[in-house]
Design a binder for this molecule. Structure first.
Ligand code: NAP
Length: 332
C-alpha cells in the first residue's frame, strides 16, 4: 500500500510517499481501508522530530481517519458492531496517512448521520480532545464560561461549536480579525485579538455581571507563556486544561493564587492514553457529540483537501497557518 513516511526530522521536504506492507489486524483490531485522514499539529511535531510515536504505533503519521472496515483480527466477530463494509471514523495512535490502517475496534465509531465519509476524517481527534478535556477532565457545566485559546484552529473551531451546543458561554482568542470573524460565525460569544487586546481584561469585562468575573474552564494550546494570565482570569473553582505548548512547557505557578481560587491545573495528551481510555472517550463522543452533528448544531470545518501524493503540499499549507478548521488527505 502507499503510506507517508518522514525521511528525516525536518520541514515539509521530509514528507514522502512510500510503498509498505498492508498491516495485519491484531487481536481486537479491525483493518480500515482509509478514505481520508486528518492533519493535526502533532503530525507536524512528529515530522520535526519533537514528538516520537508511542511504542507500537509505527512511524506512519496520522491520528485520525475515516474509511471502510475490510477485515478484522481475532476476537472481533461480525455482529459486534464492527462488520466488514461498515463506514467508520477512528482515533489512532498513528498510521493514518496510508491506504490501510489497523486500529482497535473500540476506537472506531460509525460515521455520524449527515456527514460525508471524507469529512468524517477530521472529527475523531478534535471531538475526542475537546470532549475529554473540557467535559470529562475539567467538568464544564452548561451555563458556565469557557475560554478557548486558538479559537479558529482545528481544535478551537470544534470546541466553540460543541460547547455552545452543550449550553456553555464561549470566549476565544485568535491572531487576526479574519480568524476572529470565523470564530464568531461558529458561535463564539466573545472573540479577543491576542495581538491587540488583553484576554484577562476582556474575559473579565464579558463576565462582569458574575459574582467572581472570569472563566470557569480554559482550554489552552499556548502553555507556559499564558500560565500566569490563565490563572489570573480563572473564576473561583476554575479549571485550566492545558493541551498544547506553542508558548513553551516550563513556567512558574503561583500556588497561593491557585489555592485561594480553589482552582485546578490539568494537562493531558490524548495520544499517550491507553487503548481502553481512548475507547471510553470515543463512546462518550459518539453518545454526546455525534447527535450534535446529526441535528446540525455542529458542522464539520473542512478547510482544504489534498491527495495522499500531495501530503508534502498539505504540510506546507498547514505550516503556513492560513487554514481555518481542518486540513485532510483524501486517500483515493
Ligand atoms: N493534548 C492533546 O491531547 C492534544 C490533542 C490535539 C491537539 N493538541 C494541541 O492543540 C493545539 C491546536 O491543535 P490544532 O490541530 O487545532 O492546530 P491548528 O489548527 O494549527 O491550530 C493552532 C491554533 O493555535 C493558535 N495559537 C498559536 N499561538 C497562539 C497564541 N499565542 N494565542 C492564542 N492562540 C494561538 C492559532 O491561532 P492563530 O492562528 O489565530 O494565531 C491556531 O488557532 C496544538 O498545539 C496541538 O498540539 C493537543
Amino acid at each position: 500500500m502507499r503510506a507517508v513516511h518522514f525521511t528525516d526530522a525536518g520541514g515539509p521536504e521530509v514528507v514522502e510517499v512510500q510503498r509498505v506492507e498492508i498491516p495485519e489486524p491484531q487481536p481486537g483490531e479491525v483493518l480500515v481501508k482509509v478514505a481520508a485522514a486528518g492533519l493535526n499539529r502533532a503530525d507536524v511535531a512528529q515530522r520535526a522530530g519533537l514528538y516520537p510515536p508511542p511504542p507500537g504505533a509505527g512511524d506512519i503519521p496520522g491520528l485520525e481517519v475515516s474509511g471502510t472496515i475490510v477485515s478484522s483480527g481475532p476476537g472481533v466477530h461480525q455482529g459486534m458492531g464492527y462488520d466488514d463494509g461498515s463506514e467508520v471514523c477512528a482515533l489512532l495512535a498513528g498510521g493514518g496517512y496510508a491506504e490501510y490502517v489497523a486500529v482497535p475496534a473500540a476506537q472506531t465509531v460509525p460515521v455520524p448521520a449527515g456527514v460525508s465519509l471524507e469529512d468524517a476524517a477530521g472529527l475523531p481527534e478534535v471531538a475526542a480532545t475537546v470532549w475529554s478535556n473540557v467535559v470529562m477532565e475539567a467538568g464544564l457545566q452548561a451555563g458556565e464560561w469557557l475560554l478557548v485559546h486558538g479559537g479558529s484552529g482545528g481544535i478551537g473551531s470544534a470546541a466553540i461549536q460543541i460547547m455552545k451546543a452543550y449550553g456553555a458561554h464561549v470566549a476565544v482568542t485568535g491572531g487576526s480579525e479574519e480568524k476572529l470573524d470565523y470564530a464568531r460565525e461558529l458561535g463564539a460569544d466573545v472573540a479577543i485579538n491576542y495581538r491587540e487586546q488583553d484576554f484577562v481584561e476582556e474575559v473579565r469585562r464579558a463576565t462582569s455581571e458574575r459574582e467572581v468575573p472570569g472563566a470557569d474552564v480554559i482550554l489552552d494550546v499556548v502553555g507556559a507563556k499564558y500560565l500566569a494570565r490563565n490563572l489570573e482570569v480563572l473564576s473561583t473553582s476554575g479549571r485550566l486544561a492545558v493541551i498544547g505548548f506553542v508558548g513553551g512547557k516550563r513556567a512558574e505557578l503561583d500556588l497561593g493564587l491557585l489555592a485561594k481560587k480553589r482552582a485546578k491545573v490539568i494537562a493531558t495528551t490524548l495520544r499517550a492514553r491507553p487503548a481502553e481510555e481512548k475507547a471510553r472517550i470515543m463512546q462518550e463522543v459518539r453518545e454526546h457529540v455525534w447527535p450534535m452533528l446529526t441535528h446540525k448544531h455542529l458542522k464539520v470545518t473542512t478547510d482544504r483537501v489534498f491527495g495522499l501524493e500531495e501530503a508534502r503540499e498539505a504540510h506546507e499549507y498547514f505550516d503556513s497557518g492560513e487554514h481555518r478548521g481542518k486540513v485532510l488527505l483524501a486517500i483515493d
